[in-house]
Design a protein around this ligand. Structure first.
Ligand code: UDP
Length: 192
């Protein structure tokens, strides 16, 4: 994808549908990918924290998860087609995974929220393969990373909040080829 730089981050010029098509192709090709759906809070945090900005710069795709970013790109004369949110992307990928025999590792949120996510995902998508899961209040992140490696999922959804989820993904993504995506508070929404 072509990109547009808004406040230091390179956002992909893609519609939700184009982006999903790319991610499903990447998954079928067993690519290792790091996806950031950047909302305004993430953009501002990256401006204040060079280490976070450097981490985000290692992502394969950064999408505009906020109307302010779309407006900013328009002002810069390089419009982005539409918002591509973490929540919508996660839901669409769960549906696609269930149809295409791909597995998901759910990482993050409080234990009770995570349990609801797993229950709801299985109810809504009975064919979905859940490779594994771990709540977001762990002590030893290397152990969690090993758990993900052993589960060898096709997708890892990390709902640890920012910047934790992006630091986690950037540090551990090489352990197994998957589509790794930070999804912020999406588990709370999905479980509710
Ligand atoms: N979270 C987590 N571990 C942490 C901190 C947060 O799993 O150490 C989860 C939290 O339970 C919630 C999600 O991350 O499900 C998003 O948290 P928050 O609302 O604080 O962040 P944001 O949505 O602003 O990224």
């Amino acid at each position: 994808f072509e990109t547009v730089n808004v406040l230091g981050l390179d956002f992909i010029k893609a519609t939700q549908a184009q982006f999903l098509s790319q991610l499903t192709q990447d998954s079928l090709a067993h690519k290792n990918r790091f996806v950031v759906t950047a909302n305004p809070e993430i953009v501002l945090a990256a401006k204040d924290d060079p280490k976070y900005a450097q981490t985000l710069a290692t992502a394969d795709y950064i999408t505009a998860d906020g109307i302010g970013i779309i407006k900013g790109a328009k002002i810069l004369g390089e419009p982005l087609p539409e918002r591509v949110t973490g929540y919508d992307t996660m839901e669409a990928l769960i549906a696609w995974a269930a149809k295409n025999d791909k597995s998901i590792f759910f990482l993050g949120a409080k234990p009770e929220v995570l349990q609801k996510v797993l229950t709801k995902a299985k109810e809504k998508y009975p064919t979905l393969k859940i490779a594994g899961s771990c709540d977001g209040y762990f002590k030893d992140e290397n152990k969690v990373a090993q758990l993900i490696k052993e589960a060898h999922p096709d997708f890892v959804f990390a709902a640890l909040g920012f910047p934790k989820q992006e630091f986690f993904i950037a540090k551990h993504r090489e352990l197994t080829p998957a589509i790794w995506m930070g999804v912020g508070g999406s588990f709370d929404v999905f479980s509710g």
